[in-house]
Write a protein that binds this ligand. Structure first.
Ligand code: USQ
Length: 397
């Protein structure tokens, strides 16, 4: 297939690009390199030294003989060029990862909220409108988030996207299938909830073929392809805005920083290793919906864990200390989480779990590049409200 990977320079996008290229697809990255600009804005860098996207593609060609095409394009602001690109290249499938993906960054200031909404919803809607206008029948696979469901369930398993509800009508009880009601916990998660509505509309109105992947928190950094050469290494975020919880704990352990548990650590979240993330995208591509089908929704996660349990696990593995800090986020202090992921298992996903020994791999990467870590950027300081911000400032560690 000819596949466009929007956001192919990012943490999930780069390993996905390599994976699909190795599988024999013609792969085109479309990216505005905004993630690199945000590093510059924040004054932090990936733990792993990253080459330019052009250099990464050159190395891939040297190592494998395969070509990855790169196109510098801003989906949210350059609609006409996006439309022109689609009309010229007519991809068979599009993987859409081109969104600002950090919840803390999206809550940093009003400017960051505005940027995240404009960038994410603008990119998604431009893409949908351009697909309709150019008449391209590409299968669109979007990376969504488990966070659209929220974390206040009544203990029932979270289904894959849809919920049957029973409604009283004048002629008796009727059952209707609805999109699972969204309850996003940040402006970033809110944009993914808005994406869902746009997908529902365009699938129903224009017959676009769309798959939405509600992904959990990704951990790990290497895939088989990124390990083929030092310069193909994936990016790895450790800072308080972009680092995700398990990777952060592993890095903190490697540099002797106390593990930064927000509050009691009773938050339960869904997790997936980066290797399974790229495999799931490939599986989703292999099983496209037909025109007229509802949006296909998969829960892209393999296990659930309580944040405090993860901290204890990492502490047991490495001897790190655990610090319970004031929580900068407005979120439930404790929650249970049961998630259905039957569809990916049925398609053949063999989950990589915490028990598979890959935690050590992350600690090893962190130790190797420990000299690149700025300890002052480890604490999470972006707060969900001004009051929480004041509390975090009073008692940062
Ligand atoms: N947390 C800590 N200590 C830390 C960092 C986080 O206790 O040092 C806690 C947070 O308070 C939260 C949980 O760990 O309760 C998860 O935080 P996170 O930063 O690992 O994940 P989140 O902000 O939800 O976002 C990440 C990705 C996002 C993706 C999402 C999937 O950045 O792109 O959509 O995970 S999910 O969480 O399932 O919505």
């Amino acid at each position: 297939m000819k596949i466009a990977i929007l956001g192919g320079d990012g943490f999930c996008g780069w390993p996905t690009t390599l994976h699909l290229s190795e599988a024999g697809h013609e792969v085109h990255i479309i990216d505005n390199l905004s993630r690199r600009w945000i590093d510059t804005e924040l004054g932090v860098q990936s733990l792993t030294p990253m080459d330019s996207i052009q250099e990464r593609c050159r190395i891939w060609r040297e190592v494998t003989g395969r070509t990855i095409h790169f196109h510098l394009l801003d989906l949210a602001t350059d609609y006409e060029r996006l439309k022109g690109w689609l009309a010229d290249h007519r991809p068979d499938a599009i993987v859409h990862l081109a969104e600002q993906r950090a919840a803390p960054y999206s809550m940093k200031t009003d400017r960051h909220k505005v940027y995240t909404v404009r960038n994410n919803t603008g990119a998604t809607h431009n893409l949908l409108a351009a697909l309709v206008e150019t008449g391209i029948d590409a299968h669109l696979v979007h990376l969504g988030t488990m966070g659209v469901y929220g974390y206040s369930s009544i203990g029932a398993p979270i289904p894959e996207g849809y919920l049957d509800v029973e409604i009283d009508t004048p002629t008796g009880k009727k059952t209707q299938e609805i999109l699972y009601p969204t309850r996003p916990g940040s402006v970033y998660h809110m944009t993914k909830s808005l994406d869902q509505i746009m997908f529902q509309f365009y699938a129903q109105n224009d017959g676009l073929r769309i798959t939405d992947l509600h992904q959990g928190i990704v951990w790990g950094t290497h895939t088989a392809q990124t390990q083929r050469h030092d310069q193909l290494v994936n990016r790895f975020d450790y800072d308080g805005d972009y680092g995700t919880v398990l990777n952060r704990f592993l890095i903190q352990a490697a540099i002797g920083h106390p593990l930064t548990v927000h509050g009691t650590g009773g938050q339960t979240r869904a997790f997936i290793h980066i290797r399974d993330s790229v495999r799931c995208i490939e599986l989703a591509l292999s099983d496209a919906p037909r025109a007229g089908d509802r949006v296909r929704i998969f829960n892209q996660m393999t296990e659930t864990h309580r944040v405090g349990d993860l901290a204890r696990l990492v502490a047991g593995l490495t001897g790190a200390k655990v610090a319970n800090l004031p929580n900068p986020r407005k979120e439930a202090a404790e929650n249970d989480l049961i998630v259905k992921n039957d569809q990916f298992l049925a398609l053949g996903l063999e989950p990589t779990t915490l028990a598979d020994g890959l935690l050590e791999e992350v600690v090893d990467v962190a130790r190797r590049f420990a000299h690149r870590i700025d300890r002052s950027r480890v604490p999470a300081v972006s707060a969900w409200t001004k009051e929480l911000g004041a509390q975090v400032e009073r008692d940062p560690e």
